[in-house]
Design a protein around this ligand. Structure first.
Ligand code: TXA
Ligand code: MG
Length: 396
């Protein structure tokens, strides 16, 4: 059930000139619980039947490691997270060290039950309560006033607030319950790399740097949670678009939903400091140079993308294109990655990070991407595409 990952190979692909020298090397335990989740046909259709003994044993072990100050990566419905006991400063510092994460970027605290909110935050207002009831467990992080001393100051990066979420994933919920503590967990990637949607992505980035990885198979949504903050007047501000859409929020938030100014102005000159500190960093970047081509006419977009690909190929570059199914036949490149149908952007969200990682694996140096409508999950997809491309957009 468990085997140790070798330390070799964990740092080769980072493209950064960092070594493990300053970092304590760790044996990374691997629990493969994918076999514990089998679908069985029944009269009422397909049901999920778990091999509970296997799953329970793995989560008991992994929970014990978390409870004793270790770092364990686990699947959530969005992306894999790298967990640590949020109250334990040493454990939280090990998360920052393993990721190479800037210390001014706070971590989201994951809980498995509403009772874990008591003592963690000083208050929950009416709108916040309604959001939790509507979307928890699920891909929504709510920024709340932190109770003094409830979590390590490293978790909040010195802020007076803490981002909290209850993930909609059985393995995550059971692991947090087994650890019996609030679990601080950023996405389980090296800082600057695309977030992991498979356990093997976590292994590529973090093997030898963390204590364990629970492999629960591919994650569902594929992009991170939506991060929101609720004002005194009940307005909901989206600090990071994600798995819960603005339209979903608006059904619950009667006083209205708005986007943080930093999201609207992204790429402009007068960008206010984003209120989700993580949003100022270039995340999700593939190693190749990536550009987005945007325009109202798909033919013009395709023509420009193909011209850029041809010019790159001429220069001897390895080319990749990220496009929607409807337009795939228009492209000739070394690697063509499909984001699914432009009419079903949940597929794009689900596939995006793995596609960016595959470009890296294949040594693609020049990446061209189509854009998508910023509607529904499309705003999270475009937000991540823009970051991956360093806001490099060609308008046609
Ligand atoms: O789906 C997710 O949210 C995943 C899974 C693992 O749960 N986690 C995740 O964590 O994406 P991370 O650390 O990669 O992103 C956390 C984001 C950052 O942009 C951070 O700045 C913001 O949430 N954040 C955390 N605490 C905050 C706070 N107190 N105030 C404002 N923003 C906060
Ligand atoms: Mg992240």
């Amino acid at each position: 059930m468990d085997n140790n990952l070798r330390h070799t190979g964990n740092n080769q692909k980072s493209g950064k000139n960092e070594s493990l020298a300053h970092l304590e090397q760790r044996d990374t335990r691997m629990w493969d619980v994918t076999g514990a989740m089998v679908f069985e046909e029944s009269q009422s259709g397909k049901i999920l039947k778990e091999d509970d003994a296997l799953l329970a044993a793995a989560l008991q072990e992994a929970g014990k490691i978390l409870a004793s100050g270790g770092t364990v990566a686990f699947p959530t419905e969005t992306v894999y997270g790298l967990g640590a006991d949020a109250r334990n400063t040493e454990a939280v510092e090990a998360v920052f060290a393993a990721k190479g994460r800037p210390s001014d970027n706070p971590l989201i605290v994951h809980i498995a039950s509403m009772s874990q909110l008591d003592g963690l935050v000083t208050r929950v207002n009416e709108t916040e309560r309604r959001l939790m009831e509507a979307f928890w467990p699920g891909p929504l992080t709510v920024v709340l006033p932190v109770a003094p001393g409830a979590v390590s100051p490293r978790v909040t990066a010195g802020l007076s607030t803490v981002g909290v979420r209850m993930p909609a994933h059985d393995i995550a919920l059971r692991l947090i319950a087994a650890a019996d503590c609030p679990v601080a967990a950023p996405s389980a990637n090296r800082s600057g790399r695309p977030s992991p949607t498979l356990a093997s992505h976590v292994g590529e980035d973090l093997a030898g740097r963390i204590d364990g990885i629970v492999d629960g198979g591919p994650t569902g949504v594929g992009v991170e949670s939506t991060v929101v903050e609720v004002g005194a007047d009940g307005t909901v501000t989206v600090l990071r678009p994600g798995g819960i859409t603005v339209r979903q929020l608006a059904r619950v938030a009667t006083a209205g939903v708005r986007l943080d100014a930093a999201l609207l102005e992204a790429g402009g000159v007068d960008i206010p400091a984003p209120r989700a500190p993580g949003m100022k960093y270039t995340h999700y970047a593939p190693r190749g140079a990536m550009r987005i081509v945007a325009g109202a006419a798909p033919e013009r977009v395709a023509a420009r993308i193909q011209a850029e690909l041809d010019a790159a190929a001429e220069r001897g570059e390895t080319t990749g294109v990220l496009a929607f199914d409807e337009h795939l036949p228009r492209y000739r490149a070394d690697y063509v990655e499909s984001l699914g149908s432009i009419a079903a952007l949940e597929t794009a969200a689900h596939r995006l990070y793995a596609a960016l990682r595959r470009f890296d694996d294949r040594g693609v140096t020049c990446i061209l991407a189509e854009s998508c409508p910023q509607d529904g999950l499309g705003s999270a997809v475009m937000n991540r595409l823009l970051k991956a491309a360093g806001h490099n957009v060609i308008h046609v």
